[in-house]
Design a protein around this ligand. Structure first.
Ligand SMILES: [Zn+2]
Ligand SMILES: [Zn+2]
Length: 144
């Protein structure tokens, strides 16, 4: 664990049962409108990502994992219900729900993925790039 470097970001869930630090670069934020993200978050997801080894859990007292598909699991707080992580199997990256980061994050939004699965009660009209799949020519590291 690269604990000697200063944290580039910190974050926690609503009840602080899950607290984390990031010790490395974060990807720009990607909005995912896929049905799984909508159902787990209650709307759509805004996620950044970092190298798995750069994520340091300071508290995982209430952290639980839900295997949401054959290829990924989602980390959430069993106490307050916060959605925190998206962890794709076998990849070196882990996605972090941007709303759980402490401000200022210094991050910017990159675009929308799985736009075709967006709910019918809102429109994506912020001018950022959209893809109906993973698309977006997201940087290689993008898990979505
Ligand atoms: Zn919590
Ligand atoms: Zn999604």
């Amino acid at each position: 664990m690269p604990t000697k470097t200063a944290a580039t970001a910190t974050g926690h869930c609503l009840c602080k049962g899950v607290q984390y630090e990031v010790h490395g670069p974060l990807r720009p934020v990607v909005f995912c409108h896929c049905e799984m993200c909508r159902r787990t978050s209650g709307h759509f997801v805004a996620a950044t990502a970092c190298a798995r080894e750069d994520l340091l859990l300071k508290s995982s007292a209430s952290l639980q994992w839900y295997q949401s598909s054959a290829s990924a699991r989602r980390g959430f707080c069993a106490q307050c219900g916060a959605s925190l992580f998206w962890d794709p199997t076998g990849e070196g990256r882990i996605a972090i729900m941007a709303g759980t980061l402490d401000s200022p994050t210094g991050l910017t939004a990159q675009g929308h993925i799985f736009a075709a699965e967006a709910g019918d009660y809102y429109h994506i009209d912020d001018g950022l790039p959209k893809s109906d799949g993973w698309g977006l020519a997201l940087d290689v590291e993008a898990p979505g």
